[in-house]
Each structure stands twice: as C-alpha cells, then as structure tokens.
Ligand binder design. Sequence first.
Ligand code: NDP
Length: 448
Amino acid sequence: MSTRDKLETIFHAVMQRNPGELEFHQAVREVLDSVAPALDKHPEFAEAKIIERICEPERQIIFRVPWEDDRGEVHINRGFRVEFNSALGPYKGGLRFHPSVYLGIVKFLGFEQLFKNALTGMPIGGGKGGSDFDPKGRSDREVMRFCQSFMTELYRHIGEYTDVPAGDIGVGGREIGYLFGQYKRITNRYESGVLTGKGLSYGGAQVRREATGYGAVFFAEEMLRTAGDSIDGKRVVVSGSGNVAIYAIEKVHQLGGTVVACSDSSGYVHDDKGIDLEVLKQVKESRRQRIGQYVEHRPHATFAPGGNLWRNVPCAVAIPSATQNEIDAGDAAALIAGGCTTVVEGANMPTTPEAVRLFAEAGVRFAPGKAANAGGVAASALEMQQNASRDSWTFEYSEQRLQAVMREIHARCHATAEEYGMPGNYVAGANIDGFRRVAEAMLAQGLI
Ligand code: NDP
C-alpha cells in the first residue's frame, strides 16, 4: 500500500472515531495531506504508528459549569480541556469562550496547536479548551462568576508542569485575571506559570498581548522580504477586531502599510484613510462595543452591517484574524481578482481548503495559521520562562525575542518546503517541520 493510501485509511478511521467533528476532520486532513513525503523519508515514524497516535488526544475532559447571572437565574454551560500531546512539554494552548464551542472545535484547535508549538522550537506540548459560554452582553460580575465556576473544575487538571492555558476568542486579560485569582484561592499557591496572558501587575509579560498580531505581521514581512518586497506602502485588510486583529493592524501601520478595513461578527468598517487605532481600541477594547460605533468617530468611514469584507475591499495583503473558515472559495476568488498577492492567517484555520487551493493555483503567497500566528504561544512560553526565573523583561527586548522566533519559524518552513521539493509551499513546510519534531520526541519516549 502506498503511503498516501495508508494515510487515507488513517483519515477514515479518524472520521469514524470522531463522528460529526467537522473542524477536527478538516484540520487532520490538512496535515495528513502534507506529511506523506516525511513518512517516506522516515519509515520508522510509520512503523511506530506515530500518525495514528498523534490523532488521538492523550486526554479529553468535559465538565459542567453552573453559574448564576445578575438576576439570580442559574445557567449551565459545558467546559472542555483537550490535552492533546505532551511529547515536547506541558500541554499549552488557549481557552475559547464562544457559543459555537463544542468538542470538535476544541479538538481542531488542540491538534493545530501541537504542530504550532513544535514550530516555535520551545518546550511546549499541545492542548486547548474552552466553553460554549457567550461573554457578549454579560456584566463583569457575571463573567467573573462564570470564570470562577469554570476554574473550580479546571484547576485539578492544570499546573505549570502539567497544562498551561491562555486566552483565545472571548478570553482576554479580564478573564485570565478571574481564572488566575480562583486558581490561587483553591490551591493556595502563587503559581504564576499556570496561566499565560496575565496582567503586567501580577506576573504577565510585556508583548504577550500584542504577540499574535505582531507575530503574524512579522511573518508577512519575512515572506514579502524573501520575495524582494515589503509591507511598506501596501493596502491591507484585517478581519476581526479582537486581540489578534488590533495588534496586527498596529504592526502593519508601524511598518508603513495601511489597513483599510476590519470587522466583527456584526459587519465590517471601511476606512480608506487607514483604520484609526485609538478609535478602534476605544470602541472594541475599552468599551466592548460593536464595530459599527467606529464610524461615529470617523464620519468619512463606512459601516457595512452583515457585510463581507473579503468580497468588497480589495487589498494586496489579507490577514484573516477572526475565526475558522471565514474565507471560502468565493471570497478567495474576489481577493485574487482584487489583486491580493499575500494571505497570512492570523486566526486558526480561517481559510477553507478550496480557498487555499485557489490561492495556490493563482500563485498567491499563503501562510498557514500554525506558522503565522505562533507568536502568541511563543510569547506565552517567554512569559513562562520569566515566571520561572522571577524575572521580567522590557518591551523592547521581548519584542526582539518575538521577532527572532517568527523569523526562525519562517526560515524553517521555507527551508523544509525546499528540502521536500515544494518551494514556497508554507503549508507543507509548516506541517512537515512541526510533525517531524513531535514524531522524533514521541519515538524517543517509547510507546506513549
Ligand atoms: P477575540 O475574541 O479577541 O476577537 C475575535 C474577533 O473575531 C472579534 O472581532 C469577533 O467579533 C470576531 N469573530 C469571532 N467569531 C466570529 C464569527 N463566528 N464570525 C465573525 N466574526 C467573528 O479573539 P482573538 O483575537 O484572540 O482570536 C482570533 C483568532 O485568532 C481565533 O481564530 C484564535 O483561535 C486565533 N488565535 C488567537 C491567539 C491569541 O493569542 N489570542 C493565538 C493564536 C491564534 P465579535 O466580537 O462580534 O464576536
């Protein structure tokens, strides 16, 4: 049986064992589509059934999260933590609070995370978690009560040497603070390294908040530099207006590009003079308002309720930074027709497989999230390092470290794609390099 046929058989087994988990199937498919050449080169990986083992999480935890709203009404949500793989270090990956969360989403994110973490070259394994809780429209006290209840179960499964959660969609500095406070109360330990993305006043690290967005733009800059180009002077579209999007926009502007549109789930704003970051931060970060409020402060800008920015705002560089599968084939065709040459995934798996294929056929440079958005987890690993040594670094030094990590990831993806005869294919480069690292560690540790 050829390697590709064997991988096909494995994929069918994964679908059968994980019915209905479409996002997880999609993430597995993408990796299995890339790794055949690595298996041909390393028959020992296939012999030891590394792929089959990697596709099965080490542990999956599902729990009840009861909490009370401000009117005294009781709500019950579901909490998840999937500890995917600890071959390289403690499980590491964010928590997502969004009504769409179910086991399949957490597994897709955990699976991606394990290769992403491997790509950073840092000693961190892969995990992910979250809840179907919707923080939108909830008061601070409701969010606090939810986080406390969530941690009242989660605390038994995590620890600085075991599993280290962080933020993701719906989980930012506020939520991490409440989660950390509850962990500390329950365990009676000031274990800084148990969570990352903490506030600067209690063990957080400089540049963690900015890291995913900045890192994606550093990656974009490296891709463009390799092709003899740069972001300077480029028209850019960034979807979303959360943590990743805001800091991607900030870094694009610092490097001389102009972000002309961004969005949230209610629609998008188009500001041809360039998104005003102060206004955006005020609307989305400080006041937690909807994106439409932006145009009240920038009357020349337009708001398109429910609109699709990929189809309506042409750009040279696209940085999808909202959620999975937000760019479909029709969006990709519109981007290509509008002159887009570079797509860099700030979010996890925001591009559907059909859209990725269209970009490849059109010669659009494409960076997969597991490489391009690894800056967030890399900065988290640096936060753990500072917590372990009771140290705290300056913003400038932390940013230099982040940039160095992103350059290294870019170089590795680029070199691996060349080594396997697929120059410029960052998807293959990232998947093969990440897979090789995890596979080697698993082999060395026996049958785990
Ligand atoms: P945030 O919650 O801070 O922001 C998410 C943004 O995306 C919001 O503007 C939100 O709009 C929008 N969004 C979310 N879901 C949808 C949807 N279904 N349709 C349209 N818009 C949507 O999350 P982050 O910025 O942290 O995360 C964004 C992406 O980046 C995710 O894919 C995440 O997994 C990935 N990522 C995040 C990292 C991090 O460090 N935070 C690290 C690596 C990857 P609204 O407010 O209306 O919901």
